[in-house]
Design a protein around this ligand. Structure first.
Ligand code: FES
Ligand SMILES: [Fe+2]
Length: 440
């Protein structure tokens, strides 16, 4: 049953502003879990998190608990994390390795592909109990696909493929994976987890918000406007602000947003102004050159993108390379999981350096992410005030251009990425069920 009329939902997003209730109304949050997380391709995890048979990690698709598992035949599955008997959560840990999943309640066991293995005290059931009935297993989600190891799932059984859904945003995954000498990244460097008292969309907006940086992160910038070094070979850090404004170079970055599916990215500055001369970095460059040649290696080391938001729940950063998974828990409560990305085949010392840099920038006690977590708390408290019904995303609206794909592009500190996210929000939230499945 729809608790909110689609026509009313439609009015909550306008081209330059969104209604404050989308951050505070629990009924809207519930509808988002059904209509956005219940319909989109949602990021689940990476295959490198489950390298061996029996490995699993738990995740969620909105409110729905799931498990990413590696079966004994090597196949990766996304299963519902719910027992076929009375529905209890089967995997209660974040991760692990098992021969079989065993439900703690009455001891039913399941294979790592979700099939029922055995029910306990079988003799209490008569011949009418058909153990081959798939409804007694954990069940697999209707669709699962991966792109370069990144696994996504969808709760709708038909529609666009993952590649079509990701569209031009997919190139951000390529840019990052191509930086690995083996062409793959690994999520083997641990995870930072934290909770904030704010709506899930605040993190999604913020990751592609270049407007806030000179102000929110002022404490990370020296008097000359340069931030602390965040990359090898860049001793002084990059120029961010100039006398209270964004630095000119900052204003020249690209902003891009997909109106239909809500993905967005912000443009990058080079990985390094000058590639460092230390032997570890040089051996890494030599590995890339052996695989790709000099010219392509230089392209790879000067990626075009900085932050990418994959709508609705994953973000990727190319500088201190990591992904963030956004886990909405309630209208005013969100969990964030930050995974460093290691470049497979690169010298371990280099990968360790990436993980260390990320500790400085995006751990719970880091120099950058803490500023934004404070922003999220302040917005969440502030939007409850009744002075205005709206928040605004008008910056750059008059200069947005449309590219050959029909997506939006602009430069600098514009709020175009957020406008794209809310165009997708409106599409997901207001479309009728059947029409949406067909257009997915
Ligand atoms: S609920 Fe899982 S065995 Fe009963
Ligand atoms: Fe920030």
């Amino acid at each position: 049953m729809n608790i909110i009329d689609p026509e009313i939902v439609q009015t909550l997003v306008q081209k330059e502003r969104v209604h404050r209730s989308i951050y505070t109304d629990p009924a809207i949050f519930d509808l988002e879990m059904q209509r956005i997380f219940g319909r989109a391709w949602v990021y689940i995890g990476h295959k490198s998190q489950v390298p061996k048979a029996g490995d699993y990690v738990t995740a969620r698709i909105g409110a729905v608990p799931v498990v990413l598992s590696r079966h004994k035949d090597g196949q990766v599955h996304v299963l519902f994390n719910s027992c076929g008997h009375r529905g209890a959560i089967v995997c209660n840990e974040e991760r692990g390795n098992v021969k079989l999943f065993r439900c703690a309640y009455h001891g039913w066991t399941f294979d790592t592909n979700g099939d029922l293995d055995a029910i306990s005290m079988r003799n209490g059931y008569g011949p009418s109990m058909d153990l081959a009935n798939p409804a007694l297993g954990m069940g697999r989600v209707p669709r699962m696909e991966s792109y370069r190891g990144f696994v996504f799932a969808s709760l709708v059984s038909s529609g666009k493929s993952l590649e079509e859904y990701l569209g031009h945003a997919r190139d951000s995954v390529d840019e990052l994976c191509d930086r690995a000498p083996d062409g793959e990244v690994e999520l083997s460097g641990g995870v930072h987890r934290y909770l904030f008292r704010g709506n899930w969309k605040l993190q999604l907006e913020n990751i592609v918000d270049m407007y806030h940086v000179p102000f929110s992160h002022e404490s990370t910038v020296s008097r000359s406007g340069k931030q602390f070094s965040r990359r090898p070979g860049d001793k002084a850090g990059s120029a961010i602000s100039d006398r209270g404004r964004a630095a000119t170079r900052w204003e020249q970055r690209i902003a891009w947003g997909a109106r239909e599916n809500g993905h967005s990215y912000t443009g990058n500055q080079p990985v390094a102004e000058n590639f460092p001369e230390d032997s570890v970095f040089q051996s890494y460059v030599a590995m890339l050159e052996a695989r790709h040649g000099r010219e392509r290696t230089l392209q790879i080391l000067r990626p075009k993108r900085h932050n990418t938001a994959f709508y609705p729940n994953m973000t990727m950063q190319a500088l201190n390379h990591h992904i963030r998974v956004i886990v909405p828990l309630a209208v005013d409560r969100t969990e964030i999981h930050v995974y460093p990305l290691k470049l497979k085949g690169a010298p371990e010392e280099l990968n360790q350096g990436f993980v260390r840099h990320l500790n400085n920038t995006h751990s719970a006690s880091s120099l950058i992410q803490t500023d934004d977590l404070e922003n999220f708390r302040r917005v969440q408290e502030g939007v409850a005030a009744t002075g205005s019904d709206w928040v605004w995303f008008a910056r750059g609206l008059d200069t947005d251009a449309t590219d050959e794909r029909g997506d939006l592009t602009n430069n600098g500190t514009v709020e175009l990425p957020q406008r794209s996210q809310y165009a997708a929000w409106q599409r997901f939230m207001s479309a009728a069920e059947n029409a949406m499945q067909e257009s997915q």
